[in-house]
Design a protein around this ligand. Structure first.
Ligand code: GTP
Ligand code: MG
Length: 372
């Protein structure tokens, strides 16, 4: 770039040439817009605009998924972590009731139309163990989100109502779990109902390759009543058992990485995101990039609304401090310093904008051709 002048440099940096000249003046270099600059001067100027970091960003750091994958493969100080469990199943088969029972609160009553609108996350204690639960929306429109949910899940609990049997979203859930290679534990629910027929449900599920252990298969089946809390402890025992076999591990000593479970804009707090920690430990104050947003973790609360200073692997936490609202399913990564987080974040925001513009242009062109 040796020989570039303020005019060309301004174009490259998206700055007015006059601003470049002024900046150079402040740095003790007197030039006009058309005078060519030497390499050192350009470098100093670029550094002043934070370009050095940005070029590095462009090379590798802006690929968040790649950093995430790398972080996940880290095997330095691995220790056991709680399993992350997703409850899936057809509409009204009892997913929320089950989760509700587990956390002894009553989300079902307050939910709009009784349908879960977004993935909620919650950690429960069972004996000496913790289990992280994700509640996935049951509505067909949320299929994509659920597909994303399956990817951060260790174990899928497939809830099937004993009075209704295998339904379209039951099959969908089985396919998601198979695609994500997560083991399925079948919870046949509503066994308290007079018309419950768990045997029929089992027969149906066997057609999809889910064969109970007692019939020579390797799928755990538990008959439960989410509403009356029947056999829930047994279900939790089975989850812990499965998790032990899987030897789930993470390194709590490194910067955190994980996924966005849900996010929204809060009137007072700004963007609020529920994050799942999948690697490392997340701390208040950490510089973070989530999807196309960035910031610094300002506050962090657990699922009970209690403030926490750090979050270890497999815990879900709600954070504030991002500059915008990320999307559910986005990856997030913690960086060593805020400057890097900012430049990575800005770079990603810009990429997203370009992508968005490209999409819009395409749509406009398409409609143009359509109207011809
Ligand atoms: P979506 O979020 O809409 O997909 O539904 P869901 O799977 O979360 O079902 P939800 O927990 O909302 O339960 C649907 C209905 O079934 C509610 O009226 C529950 O009270 C009822 N229900 C859930 N579990 C049981 C159970 O074990 N026994 C009986 N009798 N009713 C149940
Ligand atoms: Mg629900």
């Amino acid at each position: 770039q040796d020989g570039m002048n303020a005019q060309e440099l301004g174009k490259l940096l998206h700055r007015e040439p006059a601003e470049i000249v002024k900046k150079l003046f402040m740095l003790g270099v007197m030039v006009n817009q058309n005078q060519s600059l030497d390499k050192d001067t350009i470098e100093i100027l670029a550094a002043d605009y934070g370009i050095e970091a940005k070029e590095k960003v462009h090379e590798d750091l802006s690929d968040l998924d790649k950093i995430f994958e790398k972080e996940m493969k880290n095997t330095d100080h691995l220790v056991s972590r709680p399993p992350v469990v997703t409850i899936m199943g057809h509409v009204d088969h009892g997913k929320t009731t089950l989760l509700d029972h587990l956390r002894h609160s009553h989300i079902t009553a307050g939910e709009a139309g009784g349908i879960t609108q977004a993935i909620g996350a919650y950690q429960v204690r069972h004996g000496d163990n913790q289990i992280t639960f994700l509640d996935t929306p049951g509505h067909a429109a949320f299929t994509e989100m659920r597909a994303r949910g399956a990817n951060i899940t260790d174990i899928t609990i497939l809830v099937v109502a004993a009075d209704d049997g295998v339904m379209p979203q039951t099959i969908e859930a089985i396919n998601h779990a198979k695609a994500a290679k997560t083991p399925i534990i079948v919870a046949i629910n509503k066994i308290d109902k007079p018309d419950a027929n768990p045997q029929h449900v089992t027969d149906q599920l066997m057609q999809y390759g889910l064969v109970p252990e007692k019939l020579g298969g390797d799928t755990i089946f538990v008959n439960i009543s989410a509403k009356f809390g029947k056999n829930i402890d047994e279900l939790l025992d089975m989850i812990i058992l499965e998790a032990e076999v899987m030897e789930l591990k993470a390194d709590p000593d490194q910067p955190a990485a994980g996924s966005v479970i849900e996010a929204r804009l809060d009137q007072g707090k700004g963007p609020v995101a529920t994050l799942l920690v999948q690697q490392g430990t997340l701390h208040v104050g950490d510089p973070i990039v989530a999807g196309h947003t960035f910031g610094r973790v300002r506050t962090m609360t657990n699922e009970r609304g209690r403030e926490v200073k750090k979050a270890t692997p497999s815990s879900p936490v709600s954070i504030t401090g991002l500059n915008e609202v990320p999307e559910a399913g986005d990856r997030y990564v913690v960086f060593d310093d805020e400057k890097t987080a900012r430049s990575v974040g800005e770079e990603r925001a810009k990429e997203a904008q370009v992508e968005e513009r490209r999409k819009t242009t395409r749509v406009t062109l398409d409609s143009l051709f359509d109207s011809l």
